[in-house]
Design a binder for this molecule. Sequence first.
Ligand code: ADP
Ligand code: ZN
Length: 737
Amino acid sequence: MPPDRASSPRAAPAEEGGRVAVLLPLPLAGAYDYAVPDGLVVGPGDYVMVPLGGARHVGIVWGPATGEVAAARLKPIERRYDVPPMPDVHRRFVERVAAYTVSPPGSVLRLSLGSSAALEPAAPGLVYRRSAQPVAAGDRVTPARARVLAVLEEGPAWALGDLARAAGVGNGVIHGLVELGLVEAVPVPGDRPPPIPDWRTPGPVLSSEQAAAAADLTSQQRDGRPGTVLLDGVTGSGKTEVYFEAIAACLAAGRQALVLVPEIALTGQWLDRFQRRFGVPPVEWHSEVASGDRRRNWRAVATGTARVVVGARSALFLPYADLGLIVVDEEHDGAFKQEDGVIYHGRDMAVLRGHLAGIPVVLASATPSLETVVNVDTGRYRMVHLPDRHGGASLPDIQVIDLRRHRPERQRWLAPPLVQALTDTLAAGEQSLLFLNRRGYAPLTLCRACGHRLECPSCTAWLVEHRLAGRLQCHHCGYSTALPRTCPACGEEDTLAACGPGVERLAEEVAARFPTARVELVASDTLTGPRAVEALVERVGRHEVDMLIGTQVVAKGHHFPMLTLVGVVDADLGLHGGDLRAGERTFQLLSQVAGRAGRAERPGVVYLQTIEPAHPVIQALARGDRDGFLEAEIDGRRQAHMPPFSRLAALILSSPAAADVDRAAQMLARAAPVDRDLTVLGPAPAPLSVLRGRHRRRFLVNAPRTAPLQAILRDWLARVRLPGSVRCQVDVDPYGF
Ligand code: ADP
Ligand code: ZN
């Protein structure tokens, strides 16, 4: 890929009657030249519409023309949109992300563009309200008209569609009332800017440690010093309160702030806290935001009226008018890794964005990632530490239950000591949480007669039974089918048996053991969106629930003051599987789950059920020795020459035809870079060797930290022409392997 065409974002002065390069949100090698028609003035960063191959696209004026196409053959720019140009720093960000991830710059640009509707100012609308005119004797008030008038008593002004729906009438009835003069249509302007957060009213009184941490962050913000800071503190230590102070300082400087959170951690609780602190809601950006709001929010970000944005990793790519601060909350969370399309890590790209803009980046976590800890150790990042839980709440006591000594009964999953603890907690009128990171009823269904295992037709994965829904599901591709009565392999009837527990099955055991307890099941398929989580959190807060049974949805960021017992049903789940980060991730997840216990005055207890009580992760959890664990992990990585002490990338080839992907893999293998310092492993079947019907092969490249990894990958790929049916994805810093 020739990167040079897209590599000069600076500068071209406004062009008229000339030509410019325009970057399109498509996987092309670079920007293309277009003619600037007479009378149109465009400058770098402008949003324009251009023709390409019979279609029209919105693109960005990227810089001076490349001059590769004869003037006579240039197509003209068709229009320029009236939105602020994409800032220079953002265009450099797009290019740097493309270079880092070995992706076409247009694919990265695509992440920054809103819908084309977002580029147009909102059309002014009409709202309908009751006029001052009283109902006269001669007015024909039909029952339908009466319903409209009744609805208008309830709210001051309604959009036409809403009013018609609320009254159960057609639009014509409303127009009729307008003609009569009983209802009036009032024009309202298009987009109203989001309300401005009130940063002047001080937040809560901070403890002295919190105040010191906040002073550190706010002074960096005030002085405009760039740099990444790890805000390290146990769950409940007040990290959120502290970074709110940094946001206030950013707002005081008149700049925009961005808070990135793992999607499922963006709870109503977080939004409420923000509102309490700043008086207004933040601007949200995640998959649940409705399309009209997306349009409005994108515009507000690009024009600078959105002052604080909270969102999932994709919010990083919005074209902020003047970004002054980025906070990455739960920075260790794997959800920041985007695994499709442009493969990137949201936290790392946030650090890059901060670096390019010369602004502070705050990474907050109770269990920071190993990479971040190493960056603190080597002085690349600063660290601000919050040692204690706020208000003196103590950290929970962690007990290990050795499942080899305390066996659950057959087809049961709770060991006697945990059952006893649940019984006591229930009797004391307190709440418990049982954690099992497995959705559905059972992870495996097999035939007792022939041993056949029910697998997904398009993935190398077992089908997971979801008994509540009466279905078998593939958790990788979404395939779903009714649970069969007969074995598809041997045809025997009633021989299919569920193996192992999911949360639904655990709920069955709990219901049998504690028939009077009020139990609530929480998994991502039973609970969707911040508001549903919010409703649950409220039910728990009002003590309408005695026991929660949940997957990792419950692990994140909620405060349950009456919750004093956490039982981790299978602490070993996720510890194995040859994944570089398996231990680290399990430690982080279980620490976070453990952090749900005993948040208020009541102390909490956590039980870990394990068959490997001596495993370093279990030991570290039991001792509460996070730093010792990290140190050992860091040593292990250093000795194995693994990241962050080396650089790693994966190439994943995939094709619907196994023969094609194998042929492509052999071609790449023959062209593989040869270098003393470089290790190229593969081709080997990728984890999930068939996914969504595509056969997958993988190469892993391990290079010294100083090696130009991206250039090596680009050169390698440029030497091979892969068959058309084969897709090649580059994953720099691969995550789950
Ligand atoms: P973390 O983000 O580290 O988990 P939070 O900021 O969420 O910690 O704080 C945990 C709880 O303690 C929250 O309910 C928060 O409102 C409360 N809290 C923290 N610091 C203070 C403070 N200085 N004054 C009042 N409440 C506080
Ligand atoms: Zn599947």
